[in-house]
Design a protein. Structure first.
Lengths: 231, 231
DNA sequence: AAAATAGTGTCTGTTAGACAATATCCG
DNA sequence: CGGATATTGTCTAACAGACACTATTTT
């Protein structure tokens, strides 16, 4: 056990909200240290920031080791915000990131890994819960004016998949024809396979990185209807 | 001069983009260490994060001491993002904040203080310049869907002042009647003094903290006209 | 032929945006 | 009374949002 020098610098950590999507559900990746007991303490994957490395490189390294998540598995990364904790005269800061991955996959690593639907999360620390909530709020907001949803989907998808993801994230249902009309009018999709009979047309986003829409989707007023079918 | 322990934690700093507004212009506060020479090195006000304190409290303390900025002078605070720098095997991180203050005031403190119109900034480090640009972009975006502009204005203002600030920040000019109609329709203003003859009515925001609009202003397409008069 | 899924067009109400005239105070 | 500044309404175009039917394939 270490004693911490009072004149040390604050401790710096990095944490990730790793989101995936599959079949109408958003999943969050959590980790728990391997422990003999059956009292599992789930938390956001995190890592100390190592001297000479950035928070992102420290985190990436840790994620590979602990939960087997490789860089290629990550389709999108974004800094969220930095939280601080002052405890026992010690300051620690944590730089939080949003990670997104295409499709819901399980990984293997040194730590225990869990993939939880975001409406059925296990008990988390207040901090972790707040960070996860913030990430989902931002994803929601950003879905209305950017192509961020594409990073949760396969490269090619049909408009039904896209709409379902859109509806899941924004928690609002939209008319199919209006959604298609709007989405196509944004001029960010390209058709990669034409529709044939009962198979839908497939599309992909023209630009592989995040694109901001010229004309955002309108956010529904507070008391809007939600036709989402119960799962 | 200190030697830094290789096994030390990363260094942590905090920096502030302090914005003020007066009469159609946005001002940024910069500091420079008092120096005998006439080669002045302007930079964003910043502070190390002290053990046992948060970045915000460290920064506030530093701002009071260095440039005489008291907490009461600050109408709005928001975290921007955290930058990192890896140099000589040392990692340092800097948590950046946006600060806003009502009206353009000069302060006095230990350091040299400068209030620069944002279109005539002195030479800054690439990092500082990027942070300032980011802050202004965010202010621009947020002005379209929130009451953030109110923190640059006196508590009470008339619609002309509000519109001028709006136009300055968003770099777009809008029709006066349409602006008033839109702004009043948002239902976030209260009239604090009725118009009398040639004196305009005064308003203030109903809610003193940041309010998000139900119906945001529309962002103009790239090639939009700008009727801003040259200053 | 019935069932499932894909695709598409019109109408209406709301909002954004262009635009001009009138009243009051002051000198 | 002229000048400056304040306030206000209408018309049009674009967009959002509601809504129903037809074509193809599969079983």
């Amino acid at each position: 056990m270490y004693t911490i020098d009072m004149y040390d610098n604050p401790q710096l950590h990095a944490a990730a909200v790793i989101l995936q999507y599959s079949d109408g559900k958003i999943y969050l990746t959590l980790t728990a240290k391997q422990s003999g007991g059956n009292n599992i303490n789930w938390q956001l994957p995190s890592s100390p920031v190592f001297q000479g490395h950035t928070s992102l490189s420290s985190l990436s390294h840790q994620l590979k080791q602990a939960i087997g998540l490789k860089d290629d598995d990550v389709s999108y990364r974004e800094q969220l915000y930095t939280t601080e904790l002052v405890q026992d005269g010690q300051t620690s800061a944590q730089i939080c990131y949003l990670f997104m991955s295409r499709g819901a996959k399980w990984h293997k690593g040194e730590d225990q890994v869990g993939l939880f639907p975001i409406d059925r999360l296990p008990k988390l620390s207040d901090d972790d819960a707040a960070i996860a909530r913030y990430a989902l709020d931002r994803l929601h907001a950003k879905t209305l004016y950017s192509s961020i949803v594409s990073f949760l989907l396969p490269i090619a998808f049909d408009l039904n998949d896209l709409q379902q993801a859109f509806e899941t994230i924004t928690r609002q249902s939209v008319d199919r024809r209006n959604f298609r009309k709007k989405m196509l009018s944004l001029n960010v999709l390209q058709e990669t396979r034409v529709a044939t009979g009962t198979k839908p047309a497939e599309y992909s986003f023209k630009h592989p990185s995040l694109v901001l829409f010229d004309a955002p989707f309108k956010q529904l007023p507070p008391g809007a209807k939600s036709n989402l079918r119960a799962s």
